[in-house]
Design a binder for this molecule. Structure first.
Ligand code: AMP
Ligand code: MG
Length: 404
């Protein structure tokens, strides 16, 4: 073992440094099918009004309000998509169906329940008022309205309104292309039999899931051996396409830990160690052409916690998200959270509802190799460095992963 030469940076400071250096990716126009969950890069403007015509809200008869109380002649029908071509004059009416065009000359629609029909005659009530039972032109959206603002994440309703206003393509920020690589001579692909001293490459799958959830396109490079030449070949090949390189393992100070020197040779390592538990060896480097590399520690919990703290917010910023962080909610601690003297600690907890409160319980041993401390966890509780810790019963803000 050799001592690391990298300064130990405060965890929040390191997270801020990563975000400051992160750039939002440019826009691309994608189909509505491809736009789900993406973030708009420009405002979307309505070119025309919605509805574009006077649209009946009910099944009934389009009439003139001045004919209230009279028996009228039915001149035709205006169904949805099949408008009545003529005009309604005094004493005239047209049968109109929901979503049908209210014919010219008519200024009111009477519900079918409120009329009396005899052959081609219809008697309308005396209480008829102008403008009833149809949607006016532009009632929902006026031509020129900004219907969706840049920065909006596209979900069902947003995609619906884009389609309703005729936008087949929408401008969204590009998704980050991420190359994902595991390092370590002990690693074997899941599905293959383990030899003595070997373990399954679980980080690949955990990080692939985390990256997909964060909205990225992932290229999985597989397992790189602990050998400098091979590692370099892996990484340089990946960087042709990728915006972001994510590695796991090989960033601590053992003699086989080759990721930091490799990143040094390819760019500038801005972060080499952080005052964080788990995740002290977290590494961040700026490479050529605005690309970046995140060297995550090998221990499974360390890799996922550093992903949460440093990588996920950066990937969200690249995609134009307004909210980069997980939501935070006050929770009551159900246990004494012991601190680590020199490092901020993110402890994994489950939550349960007690009345209006959320109560946090530890997931047990917080060892960075114990993935069971994170599997099923609802939140991370940040325990400040020092000797105080957080007392059972106190209310703290938790970083919510999911709610019970
Ligand atoms: P390292 O950061 O390479 O020193 O690895 C620290 C610990 O994490 C070692 O016990 C490794 O075996 C383990 N580890 C490294 N990479 C992975 C991986 N991809 N999947 C599961 N465990 C890993
Ligand atoms: Mg290793």
């Amino acid at each position: 073992m050799r001592a690391s030469t990298y300064p130990l940076i405060d965890a929040d400071e390191a997270a801020g440094l990563v975000l400051d250096r992160t750039r939002v990716l440019p826009a691309e126009r994608v189909t509505l099918a491809e736009s789900v969950g993406r973030v708009l890069a420009e405002d979307v403007i309505a070119e025309g009004p919605l509805p574009a015509f006077r649209s009946s809200a009910v099944d009934g008869y389009a009439v003139r309000a001045s004919d209230a109380g009279k028996t009228l002649r039915v001149l035709g029908e205006s169904a949805a998509g099949r408008p009545f071509a003529g005009e309604i004059g005094p004493g005239g009416a047209a049968r109109v169906l929901t979503g049908g065009v209210v014919p010219d000359g008519a200024d009111s629609v009477v519900m079918v329940e409120d009329v009396q029909v005899a052959g081609d005659r219809v008697t309308v009530p005396a209480s008829l008022t102008q403008g009833s039972n149809y949607h006016k032109v532009g009632a929902d959206v006026q031509a020129g309205d900004r219907i969706l603002a840049a920065g909006t994440q596209l979900g069902a309703a947003e995609i619906g309104i884009a389609a309703a206003t005729g936008h087949a393509l929408v401008p969204v920020h590009r998704r980050p292309r991420v190359a994902l690589m595991s390092t370590g001579d002990e690693l074997v692909e899941v599905g293959k039999t383990l030899g003595r001293g070997q373990i399954h490459d679980s980080n690949r799958w955990a990080l692939l899931a985390a990256l997909r959830e964060a909205g990225t396109e992932v290229e999985v490079l597989g397992i790189a051996p602990d050998e400098a030449g091979a590692l370099r070949t892996f990484v340089t090949r990946a960087l042709v396409r990728a915006d972001v390189l994510v590695t796991s393992g090989g960033v601590s100070v053992g003699t086989h830990d080759l990721v930091k020197p490799l990143l040094e040779s390819l760019g500038t390592v801005h972060i080499g160690r952080v005052k964080l538990k788990p995740g002290k060896p977290f590494t961040y480097a700026a490479l050529d052409e605005g690309k970046v590399a995140f060297g995550l520690p090998g221990f499974p919990v360390s890799s996922l916690v550093t992903f949460e703290v440093f990588v996920r917010p950066a990937l969200r910023k690249m995609q134009g998200f307004a909210h980069l962080q997980r939501p935070r909610l006050p929770v009551r601690l159900g246990y004494d959270a012991k601190p680590t003297l020199d490092r901020t600690e993110y402890q994994r907890v489950t939550l349960r509802r007690e009345g209006r409160e959320l109560v946090a319980e530890t997931t047990g041993s917080q060892s960075s190799s114990r993935l069971m401390s994170l599997a099923g966890a609802h939140a991370l509780v940040k325990v400040p460095a020092g000797d105080k810790g957080l007392r059972a019963g106190s209310i703290v803000d938790a970083m919510i992963l999911s709610l019970p």
